[in-house]
Write a protein that binds this ligand. Structure first.
Ligand code: ARG
Length: 569
């Protein structure tokens, strides 16, 4: 049950008035507090405390009210009945929306021939959690790994290979497109060095840059040799992406389709743009003007064809919109990238609007902040390079191993992996995704405090109680202690949290909810012994049931974060 909503609706119905419901931090005076009397008093020009006194008997009639009392200038505090909490908490969480949407989610969106790095961490982790939340709410999501697989970087990689192996068949006049070229496959570690080397060379060598531009355009127009070479390295890159995705326990993407797939729709998209007279010649390129008279900030035109006749990133995103329109026809498209792409998406959404492909309210860009090192600058490895995702995973793994060894525990490699993953992902999820945060590989692996390992540890603890107890029978309520009450009330906030997290596109709400829940679970665990011999049957049964409810709620939150609960810790 969404307790907050239930209580709020019931009060509003009873009073025929829409009041504000608060959940005070300190529950000594009440579980909820409403300003209804104060707001109603204004329009009725009455004294708020007097009005509150008139309202109290009405509120006391509600099925969940243990008692209602007046506080301060006219607030009304409401304490919930134990039996109401007990029954409500026993029901499974039901959060299915009655308005399911088709949502295209564009996250991850890795680049071919470029290894995954720290800049892909948030789009992967947050995107996956947002997707899990949307699914849990009953929306139909289609996740896109919209790969960077067709732009200038492909031209640079091919130009680099050409320079180092000019004798390879791909570059010869008599190239045979039907032969088998699989023996030219290179190890992924080698492939990953091509782009950085080529990009560095292109900075100082204009001829090389020009060659890459020409190759990009030729590749896009179907040059058989370049395309055959492309088809040699594409699967190598794709496989390595999928390995990292698996390692991160990210759900497989529904579509690994990016720029190249979109570019197939160049004809209908160009036709549409020409019919609407939207393509404007500009220095040998063709652009779409998206500036409005009301703009105060610069709004450059969108490049559709560059001066070499190649289609740049901007253009492939327009074609991707077209593709998604004619295939999924989604109610919403959510893009999750670094905040530095904000302008790109503003431009794109304007094109969507003027072409009539999608109205602006159906398109959403979530721009996330940067992950910094302790020095406040973007996180780098010790050698000063942007950290690779696999390096980061290994770094965290080593930190967990060290901690575990120090504590004298003996855990399996799978358990270490699960803890490391939780450390990394939870730390990412708990931060407001729109802000920067500082990443410290050591502290995120702590078993105490707001960390992934702490969350898992709490879940493992509940599991172990439940395992030892074997069966949890249905029990009757004796009465609830404060710790039991607080814990159950928190579980009744799960549905609201998931809904809010989705509505606000704020995955930190799930992470921080999980943490608060764990705090209450551990207080309960500490103060309310369960399996100890001196605990009577009834009390034990009640506490076991609370343990089961807390476990199920925590496990759901953990699942939404894409973490795995180990057997032991
Ligand atoms: N591949 C791009 C990058 O790594 C992100 C693509 C985001 N999605 C999109 N449809 N533009 O920066």
């Amino acid at each position: 049950m969404n307790l907050y909503k239930y209580v709020s609706n019931a009060i509003n119905n009873k009073l025929g008035f829409s009041a504000n419901l608060e959940t005070p931090r300190n529950r000594n005076f009440g579980d909820f507090s409403t300003n209804a009397a104060m707001v109603m008093a204004k329009s009725a020009s009455k004294n708020p405390r007097e009005l509150a006194a008139e309202i109290l008997p009405k509120l006391s009639e509600l099925d969940f009210v243990e008692n209602a009392s007046i506080a301060g200038p006219g607030f009304i505090n409401i304490k919930l009945r134990d039996d109401f909490i007990w029954d409500a908490a026993a029901q499974p969480h039901d959060i299915k929306t009655d308005k399911p949407l088709i949502i295209d989610m564009d996250y991850g969106s890795y680049n071919v021939a470029k290894s995954l790095h720290i800049g892909h961490l948030r789009t992967s982790i947050v995107g996956d959690t947002l997707n899990r939340i949307a699914k849990r709410l009953g929306h139909k999501t289609i996740s896109y790994n919209h790969m960077g697989d067709w732009g200038r970087s492909m031209g640079l990689v091919i130009a680099w290979i050409k320079r180092n192996h000019p004798d390879w068949p791909f570059f010869q006049k008599d190239f045979n497109p039907d032969a088998d070229y699989s023996k030219y496959a290179m190890p992924v570690d080698e492939l990953d060095t091509y782009y950085p080397s080529a990009a560095a060379l292109a900075k100082t060598d204009e001829n090389f840059m020009e060659e890459a531009r020409v190759i990009t355009a030729e590749l896009q127009r179907g040059h058989p040799g370049y395309n055959a070479l492309y088809n040699v390295f594409l699967p190598i890159s794709l496989e390595s992406m999928m390995e990292t995705v698996k390692r991160l326990n990210i759900m497989p993407f529904d579509r690994n389709l990016g720029e190249k797939n979109a570019a197939q729709y160049i004809e209908p998209v160009e036709k549409m743009l020409r019919e609407k007279n939207l393509l404007v010649k500009s220095d040998g390129a063709e652009v779409i003007v998206v500036k409005k008279d009301t703009d105060t900030a610069p709004m450059p035109p969108v490049m559709f064809y560059n001066s070499r006749g190649a289609v740049p990133y901007d253009a492939t995103d327009i074609m991707a919109l077209y593709y998604r329109k004619i295939t999924d026809n989604p109610d919403k498209i959510i893009y999750l990238t670094d905040i530095r792409q904000k302008l790109h998406f503003e431009q794109l959404f304007r094109v969507a609007e003027i072409t009539g492909l999608f109205p602006p309210e159906n398109l959403e860009h979530i721009g996330y902040g940067t992950i910094n090192g302790a020095d406040g600058k973007p996180f780098k490895t010790r050698d000063g390079n942007a950290a690779g995702l696999n390096d980061i995973i290994e770094m965290i793994n080593a930190a967990v191993q060290k901690r575990v060894a120090e504590s004298g525990k003996n855990l399996t490699p799978e358990t270490i992996d699960a803890i490391a993953l939780a450390a990394l992902k939870f730390n990412d999820l708990m931060h407001d995704l729109r802000s920067d945060y500082v990443f410290e590989p050591e502290s995120v692996t702590s078993f105490e405090g707001r960390t992934g390992p702490y969350i898992l540890y709490t879940a493992v603890r509940l599991n172990s109680v439940l395992k030892k107890a074997a069966n949890v029978s249905d029990s009757n309520l004796k009465s609830l202690s404060e710790d039991e009450r607080n814990l159950l009330i928190e579980t009744l906030d799960f549905e609201r949290t998931v809904q809010n997290a989705f509505d606000n596109r704020a995955t930190d709400m799930i992470a921080n909810y999980a943490y608060d829940l764990c705090q209450l679970i551990n207080t309960f665990y500490h103060n309310c012994p369960i399996l100890r011999d001196d605990i009577d049957e009834e009390t034990r049964a009640q506490r076991l049931k609370i343990t089961r409810i807390a476990h199920d709620t925590l496990a759901s939150a953990i699942d939404l974060m894409g973490l795995k609960i180990p057997e032991e810790m």
